[in-house]
Design a binder for this molecule. Structure first.
Ligand code: NAI
Ligand code: MG
Length: 359
């Protein structure tokens, strides 16, 4: 009941991004009406193929100045490979934002929600977080190619780990683990094969664990960790990884909890010097675009994460409860086809928005 006003930049983007965004906004408005805060929303048409067709670029030149004043960015999805290659559309928009706004935490909840079938035969209770480093590590532009086209053709790509970069992501993960019921933090590593950067990551992890005696720690090499994600996902609580390891785990995690259509993600700059960006995990899904059957839950859940980030805890709790209730009732006429139902984007979105008003 804060009475506060939050400035939100809304970017629907491409494909089903444009279809699920109205559902996300409807749920957010339902939460703001009930919990007495205001959302000052500005919608932007850039970061889309339509914008690129009109302007020959993905974003206006002053996009940084335009977006910086916002408290958060609420993002649909971008990309349509049939129209423009992904390296132009994604690199020209979303990836620029993550970098420019130093959104060094990529946060993904992985939770098995009642009513959503898991591909695992006996999944147990799955409820964990993946914390991925989002700005450095294996995804660097340092390296190069020499002797191209000759027998000596050579390519080199360097991993970059800075103490600042490693420590701040580990700290975020430890702080998160401190707040959970199980208080367990798992680190993804590969120090048995990658001899310099990964032992460094392990050392910083060990050192920081001394400041968090209440958090139980463990580490696994990424290869066996992926196996554990499938064999015993209920074991995990908070899992932290470098950019590449986190990337792999953050697709695998949501996959064991069912459809990609419900998974949300936050690209977070915790110090709030820049806006953080909240989006569904899925892309623009050109294969189902225009059919009105895209699952809106990932978009709505991303809105829930955004409210939590902004400090609207009660509203975020209500949104989560509403999602759980509507999916848990498993009414076939409401669930979208990816959850084995016959519902539409709008019907499911409306059901959740309505539930937010009353849960
Ligand atoms: P995608 O996530 O768009 O689709 C993968 C599969 O999941 C498709 O069969 C799709 O129909 C299904 N799916 C995805 N979201 C769904 C939803 N909400 N409800 C029901 N089914 C859903 O990934 P894909 O096909 O590899 O990429 C399509 C475009 O999206 C590409 O241009 C890609 O680069 C882009 N992309 C953008 C992302 C972003 O904006 N953050 C993330 C991932 C991909
Ligand atoms: Mg990925």
């Amino acid at each position: 009941m804060s009475g506060k006003t939050y400035k939100i930049a809304v970017i629907p983007g491409d494909g089903i991004g444009q279809e699920v965004m109205p559902c996300g906004l409807k749920s957010l408005h339902a939460a703001s009406a009930r919990f007495n805060f205001n959302l000052a929303i500005t919608t932007f048409d850039f970061a889309s193929c339509d914008y690129y067709d009109k302007h020959g670029k993905m974003m206006p030149d002053d996009w940084v100045e335009l977006l910086t004043p916002f408290d958060a960015i609420y993002f649909g999805a971008v990309g349509d490979p049939a129209r423009h290659p992904d390296h132009i559309t994604l690199w020209g928009s979303l990836l620029q934002m993550r970098r420019q706004f130093d959104q060094y935490v990529n946060l993904r909840p992985c939770r098995l929600v009642k009513g959503v079938p898991s591909p695992l035969a006996d999944p147990g209770e799955i409820d964990f977080w993946i914390v991925r480093e989002n700005t450095e590590g294996e995804y660097s532009e340092i390296g190069g190619k020499i002797f191209e086209g000759t027998e000596r053709e050579t390519v080199i790509q360097e991993t970059v780990m800075t103490r600042i970069g490693v420590d701040r992501i580990l700290k975020y993960a430890f702080e998160l683990a401190k707040t959970t019921r199980r208080k367990r933090l798992t680190s993804a590593t590969k120090s048995n094969g990658i001899k310099i950067t990964m032992p460094y990551w392990d050392d910083r992890f060990k050192l920081m664990s001394k400041s968090y005696p209440e958090v139980t720690t463990e580490q696994f090499h990424i290869d066996i960790l992926t196996a554990h994600f499938v064999a015993k996902p209920s074991h995990f609580d908070v899992v932290v990884g470098s950019n590449l390891h986190g990337d792999i785990l953050s697709d695998l995690g949501p996959a064991v909890t069912g459809t990609i259509g419900i998974a949300p993600s936050g690209n977070i700059h915790p110090e709030a010097k820049f806006p953080s960006l909240f989006e569904p995990v899925h892309g623009s899904a050109p294969d189902i675009m225009g059919k009105g059957i895209a699952n809106p839950v990932g978009m709505i859940w991303a809105g829930q994460m955004m409210l939590l980030h902004l400090g609207e805890k009660q509203a975020a709790e209500a949104m989560m409860k509403a999602i759980d209730r509507v999916l848990g009732e498993a009414d076939q006429s409401v669930l979208t086809p990816d959850m084995k139902g016959k519902g539409t984007t709008q019907k499911l979105g409306d059901a959740i928005a309505e539930a937010i008003a009353s849960v």
